[in-house]
Structure formats: structure tokens, C-alpha cells
Design a protein around this ligand. Structure first.
Ligand SMILES: [Mg+2]
Length: 342
């Protein structure tokens, strides 16, 4: 893959599950939401796996251990082993292990997932700045993380210790609304210390490297619902990606995506793994996909034809991304998206 500017979604004559050896699946908004499986996820993943595709689950959430995530997936009807789960806790633990001596103590501001990952790399998690740590690591600690742990991090960082963060997702969506995520907790320490952490999670390279090292994927497909983590992480890792619309990204955000956040493929949900992808072709001064033709007008995106809504969206992506070049399309796509019911 090259880092040239993507101006349209790609087609694929073969089902994606046959064209790629491993799916690197994001969890929230892709496989499950609020604890329940997303529609079509269980059957689609079962069929992809039966067809020989290796499935791996890649999460920025550092709180839960791979064992706990695998147990949750299995309970939902998606059989998974701990070794199929890659977390930002594992990625940050490897990063720290490369920079400190074996057996070093690391001050943990976070949860069990982080402690387990540090021990796996031969490091010793400690709880206080006075326990002789050589580094500080911060990951999502859940609602029970005491405020005093941020103070410990600040004391240690003020003594000159390097500071690492598993990820910087600002929010955690839950059943009752949006809660502060690890990125918000990192801001607390950043404001108090003026220091900058080294970050491992998506979309940064340490997370992608961890994923490839653990899965051995040779031709991976990143599958995600977020442009600024999953899809940008795939771009940074120079691998192909599938955006599914079951999570946080809507049609308008996709049309406005700058070049480093444009997915290779777009589909409604994980059934997209089992099918080919239609071609988007230049047609006159616009782009055609299925029965739809999209063009970039002066102020807005125009759409003509009929057929599958997803084909209309793919044609609109081509018109918007081509008009925008590397940047973010500013043409109004609301009317065209409304016509597609997206
Ligand atoms: Mg997600």
C-alpha cells in the first residue's frame, strides 16, 4: 500500500474475508455496543472464520484483560481466546519494556489490564511514587480509580520519570451516556505537570506493531467504526481498512474525512466482510456506483439515480474526496445523504 491520496472507495471482486488473511476488528461500535452484540456481527464473524479468515480483536481499552474480553466475546456467541485479543495495555507495556531495564518497577495509574500486561513483559507494577518506579504508565482505570493516583503520577513525573499512556481516547460511551476516558485522565496529569506522555494506542504505530507481532498477519484488514483511531491507525500502518457504520461515524463525517482518515472500503455492518465490494467508476464529471451517480457541484454534492443506499454513499465519497484532495470536503452533502436515508 502507498500513502497516495485516496479519492474513492475501492472495489473487490472477491469477498473481503477471502482477500485478506486476518481481520483486525475494533470492538465497541463494530462487534458490540453497550455489552450486546451488534446486529449481524455474530453470524458474519462465524462465517468469515469458517471460511478461513483469522479474527483478532484490537481495543484501545486498557482496563480489561485479554482473558476478560475473550470471555465476553465467547458469551456473546463469538468464540475467542485471550490470544485473539490485543489491547493498548499490551502495546504500552512493550514500549516501556524497550526503554527500561528488565524487572524495573512501573507506577500504574490504571486497571488490571495494565498490571497484567506489565507483568507479561517482566515489569513490576507499583502503586506509589515512593515505591522506586522508573516510569509512569496511565491507562483507563474505570470509575473507581481514586484521585490520589493522579497525584502519585504527578509526583513521579516531577522527579523526571518518563510518562507513558496506553491511549488518549477522550471519552468512553456507555449505556447512560458519555463518560471521561483515559484521554481525559491524561489531560488531568498533563495540566498539573506540563509534561507530555508517550502514547501507544490507535492510531499510533506502537498499537499497530503490537497487533501485527501478536497475530502474524500478512495481509490484514483493519475493521473499525472510528475515523480518527481505527481508520487513521490503518493508514499509519499502511494496511487496508473497512469502515462499518454501526458505531460513531455517520455519512457526513465520512464524506468530510481528510485523506489520512479515508477507509479502503465502506459497508453498513460486518456482513461487508462476506461480500465483494462494488467498483466506483468515473462517469462524466462525476462518479458512479451501482445505480447512483454523484457529482461535486459549486456548493454541494449532487446525487442522481437509485439503488442500494451504500452504493450511493460510495459514489458520494468519490465525489467529495476527489473535490477535497488531501483535505476535508466542505461541500454540503446533507440533501444527498437524506435521499439515501443516511
Ligand atoms: Mg469503536
Amino acid at each position: 500500500m502507498s500513502q497516495t491520496v485516496r479519492t474513492r472507495p475501492e472495489g473487490s471482486a472477491r469477498p473481503l474475508s477471502e482477500g485478506y488473511d486476518t481481520a483486525l476488528l475494533d470492538l465497541d461500535g463494530v462487534v458490540y455496543a453497550g455489552g450486546s452484540a451488534i446486529a449481524h456481527a455474530v453470524e458474519s464473524l462465524g462465517a468469515a472464520r469458517a471460511g478461513g479468515m483469522h479474527l483478532a480483536y484490537v481495543t484501545n481499552n486498557a482496563l480489561r484483560t485479554p482473558d476478560a474480553v475473550a470471555a465476553h466475546l465467547t458469551e456473546l456467541g463469538i468464540p475467542a481466546e485471550a490470544s485473539d485479543v490485543i489491547t493498548s495495555a499490551q502495546a504500552v507495556a512493550r514500549l516501556i519494556g524497550e526503554q527500561v531495564p528488565a524487572g524495573a518497577r512501573v507506577l500504574v495509574v490504571g486497571g488490571e489490564g495494565l498490571r497484567v500486561a506489565l507483568r507479561e513483559r517482566g515489569l513490576v507494577p507499583v502503586e506509589s511514587a515512593d515505591d522506586d518506579p522508573v516510569a509512569v504508565v496511565q491507562g483507563y482505570g474505570g470509575p473507581e480509580l481514586p484521585w490520589g493516583r493522579f497525584a502519585e503520577a504527578c509526583y513521579a513525573i516531577a522527579r523526571g520519570l518518563p510518562w507513558f499512556a496506553s491511549n488518549t481516547d477522550l471519552t468512553i460511551p456507555g449505556a447512560r451516556g458519555i463518560a471521561p476516558g483515559n484521554g481525559a485522565a491524561v489531560e488531568v496529569v498533563r495540566i498539573a505537570t506540563g509534561a507530555e506522555p508517550e502514547v501507544a494506542g490507535k492510531p499510533l504505530p506502537p498499537m499497530h506493531r503490537e497487533t501485527i507481532l501478536r497475530t502474524g498477519a500478512e495481509r490484514p484488514l483493519v475493521v473499525g467504526d472510528r475515523l480518527d483511531t481505527d481508520i487513521e491507525g490503518a493508514f499509519n500502518g499502511e494496511v487496508d481498512s473497512l469502515l462499518v457504520l454501526t458505531g460513531v461515524t455517520d455519512g457526513a463525517q465520512l464524506l468530510a474525512a481528510p485523506s489520512h482518515q479515508r477507509p479502503t472500503y465502506v459497508d453498513a455492518d460486518l456482513r461487508g466482510l462476506l461480500t465483494g465490494q462494488p467498483d466506483v467508476a468515473a462517469a462524466g464529471d462525476g462518479f458512479r456506483c451501482g445505480g447512483w451517480t454523484a457529482t461535486a457541484g459549486k456548493d454541494r454534492l449532487e446525487l442522481e439515480g437509485d439503488g442500494e443506499a451504500l452504493d450511493g454513499l460510495r459514489a458520494l465519497c468519490a465525489a467529495a474526496w476527489t473535490a477535497a484532495g488531501e483535505g476535508s470536503c466542505e461541500l454540503d452533502g446533507a440533501k444527498a445523504l437524506a435521499r439515501l436515508g443516511l
